[in-house]
Structures are given as structure tokens and as C-alpha cells.
Write a protein that binds this ligand. Structure first.
Ligand code: AHE
Ligand code: ZN
Length: 375
């Protein structure tokens, strides 16, 4: 099949708010510095739903969504040296070229090499590898894992240990890695107090990683009472449902009261700008650090009194947990194989590819952490 187009099934979203349609597409061969991957499993993330819904200002249609995949390299284009045919791989929506200003800075994981074309739903040469009856279909996040075959830039993929089940480690493509990195790259969590707002996959991952690095206390906050047992299973020491507080009592005020002045570290894993404010204001005066992980919808803005920052609280954020995928994901896979990093626990739902829209519905159900689609 190398060098030839492949016909396969892909889930196309034809327009904002429309359900996905699993249809036959043609996937062109990988060009220079590109890799064609047979996707075997993919998770569904809220960001896929965010873009499908039309709320993402970067959203383009028609598109093949999906960014939490695992697969096998089917063929490689000219000049590809980092992966080989048959390698088990995870596509990376945060590329790592190791050469650009960002990569070389040592200060960020936000590689600049392919981000501009990625945001336009195209490969680095400004064209698409996907067509449906001759019509080009946009790529998504440089990954488009809702297709049985996809093409990615060679800087946007990492090979992993073949011993690791792809149906599990596909979640390292987004959720688990994002949560893990947000915690391990934040100095000082060992021995400190932590509060996590939102107990979806990201929030639970933040709880699990905070426990792993030795936080002294971990308060989980979620409006869904069903999340209490999940949070405790991952290592939370306390669970608070803000809707059960007395009328008019703000969650941040309650947290400041019960923690003798506030938390050392807080994390937003909701994408809700009001929750982001509460997370910042729940931080301890003088040193509390609040990390934004959730993605807020277009037009949303955060606010707080500047006094909150003047008096020593820090507001920060991270994308993909600040993780450099090609350098760090192989180690994360070993940590999973050695039992240090949990992944299996997050997979609550499974779907066949033809049921992918039901997988999106699963995500909205309170009992779903991650749904993995068998391609
Ligand atoms: N396109 C959106 C922003 C989306 C966004 O923030 N994406 C996160 C990853 S979400 C994973 O589920 C991210 O890493 N962004 C960094 C980047 O370079 O896009 C919008 O609002 O415009
Ligand atoms: Zn995601």
C-alpha cells in the first residue's frame, strides 16, 4: 500500500453541530516528512465535541476530528527517520521538532514548526491528505484520529513500546498526559495542599498525579456527587460538592476557611471561566498557584480583582501538560507498564467505530470518564 492512496472509513463532521458520519474516504500517501498511520483505537475528548459543536473559533468543516489515538505506522514519506513502518505510535497534537525557537528555549512544549498549518486544518505544505469523492476534508489538530488511516507530520508522532496496549495508551495522546504534566512540571506539589476543580479525566488525572508526587492533601471539587468515589479512588482526601454549600456561600470562600487561608495549588479542569476564578481565589495569599487546564469557549474571558495577584497568587496555564511528546511520552508509557501511572482506570466506555456518535453521548453522561473507540 506504500506510495498509493488508501480507501478506508473515517468519521466526517460536515458542519458545525452536525453528528459525525462514518464514510469511505481516500487517504493520500505520506509526503516528505510525513507518516501514514493505521489508527487502531482513539479516545473521545471534550475538545472534539467543542470543535464539532461549532464553539471553537478555529473550527473548520468538513473535518475529521480526533486527537487521542494509537496506531501502527503503515508507511513513511521521504526523509522520515524518527519512526519506521510497523512502529506502534501515538499522534501528537503538540508537535516537537526540537529545532524551533520554542523547542530550543527549554521553557515550553509549544513547538512552532507546524502549528500554523495545523490550525488551518492542513498538512505543512498547505494541502490535505483526505478526500471524499475528490473533495478535500480538513485535518484536525494535526492528528485526525477518527479515521482508520491518517497522515501526520513526522514531528507530530512518537513511537512507543510495543508491549503497551494501544487501546489504553492512546489516552496518552491527550487526557492522561495533560493531567500528569500539569502536576509534575509544577515544582513544589510534594508536601503541599491541592484542590482540583472538575473530576473528569483531566481532574482525576491531576488528583492521581498529585497523590503520586506526594501532595499532603487533595480536595476534589465537582457538582456531580457520583464523582466522589472516583476522586477518592484516585487519591483525593476530601470531596466537596459546591451545590451543597449554604445559599450564597462561594466555594472559594469555603475552601479558604477550611484550609487556614487557602490552597498551595489549585487546578481548573472544567473550562468554565467562573470556576477558573474560584480556583484562583481559593489559593493562599502570598504563594498560591492556580493552573488553568480546561478549554473555555470562544469569547469567554477570565476575571478577578487584580488585588488577588498583587497579594501573591499566581495564575498560570499549560497545554498538553507542558509535555514534549517525542521526548517524554516513551517514559510515560514505561511508567504505565511499571504501574506508576494509571490509565486502565479511566476507560469506562467502549464503542465500535460505527457507534462513535454514541461515544460522544457517553461523554456527557456523568458516569463516563473516557470512551475508547475500536476503529
Ligand atoms: N482552538 C481553541 C483552543 C483549543 C485549545 O486550547 N487546545 C488545547 C488542547 S485541548 C486538548 O483537548 C491546546 O493545547 N492548545 C494549544 C494550541 O496550540 O492550540 C480556541 O479556542 O481557539
Ligand atoms: Zn483532548
Amino acid at each position: 500500500t506504500a506510495g498509493k492512496p488508501i480507501k478506508c472509513k473515517a468519521a466526517i463532521c460536515w458542519g458545525a453541530g452536525e453528528p459525525l458520519k462514518v464514510e469511505e474516504v481516500e487517504v493520500a500517501p505520506p509526503q516528505a516528512h510525513e507518516v501514514r498511520i493505521r489508527i487502531l483505537y482513539t479516545g473521545i475528548c471534550h475538545t472534539d465535541e467543542y470543535t464539532r459543536s461549532g464553539k471553537d473559533p478555529e473550527g473548520l468543516f468538513p473535518v475529521i476530528l480526533g486527537h487521542e489515538g494509537g496506531g501502527v505506522v503503515e508507511s513513511i514519506g521521504e526523509g522520515v527517520t524518527s519512526v519506521a513502518v510497523g512502529d506502534h505510535v501515538i499522534p501528537l497534537y503538540t508537535a516537537e521538532c526540537k529545532e524551533c525557537k520554542f523547542c530550543k528555549s527549554g521553557k515550553t512544549n509549544l513547538c512552532g514548526k507546524v502549528r500554523a498549518t495545523q490550525g488551518k486544518g492542513l498538512m505543512p505544505d498547505n494541502t490535505s491528505r483526505f478526500t471524499k469523492d475528490g473533495q478535500p476534508i480538513h485535518h484536525f489538530m494535526g492528528t485526525s484520529t477518527f479515521s482508520q488511516y491518517t497522515v501526520v507530520a513526522d514531528v507530530s508522532v512518537v513511537a512507543v513500546d510495543k508491549k503497551a496496549p494501544l487501546e489504553k495508551v492512546c489516552l496518552l495522546g491527550c487526557g492522561i498526559t495533560t493531567a500528569w504534566g500539569a502536576v509534575v512540571k509544577q515544582p513544589g506539589i510534594k508536601g503541599s495542599s491541592v484542590a482540583v476543580f472538575g473530576c473528569g479525566a483531566i481532574g482525576l488525572g491531576v488528583i492521581a498525579t498529585s497523590a503520586l508526587v506526594g501532595a499532603s492533601s487533595i480536595i476534589a471539587v465537582d457538582t456531580n456527587p457520583g464523582k466522589e468515589s472516583w476522586a477518592k479512588k484516585m487519591g483525593a482526601t476530601q470531596f466537596i460538592n459546591p451545590t451543597t454549600l449554604p445559599e450564597g456561600k462561594k466555594i472559594q470562600d469555603h475552601l479558604v476557611e477550611i484550609t487556614d487561608g487557602g490552597l498551595d495549588f489549585t487546578f481548573d479542569a472544567t473550562g468554565n471561566v467562573h470556576v477558573m476564578r474560584a480556583a484562583l481565589e481559593a489559593c493562599h495569599k502570598g504563594w498560591g498557584v492556580s493552573t488553568i487546564i480546561g478549554v473555555a469557549a470562544a469569547g469567554q474571558e477570565i476575571s478577578t480583582r487584580p488585588f488577588q495577584l498583587v497579594t501573591g497568587r499566581v495564575w498560570r496555564g499549560s497545554a498538553f501538560g507542558g509535555v514534549k511528546g517525542r521526548t517524554e511520552i516513551p517514559g510515560l508509557v514505561e511508567d504505565y507498564l511499571n504501574g506508576k501511572v494509571k490509565i486502565d482506570e479511566y476507560v469506562t466506555h467502549h464503542r465500535k467505530f460505527l457507534e462513535i456518535n454514541e461515544g460522544f453521548n457517553d461523554m456527557h453522561a456523568g458516569d463516563c470518564i473516557r470512551c475508547v473507540v475500536d476503529m
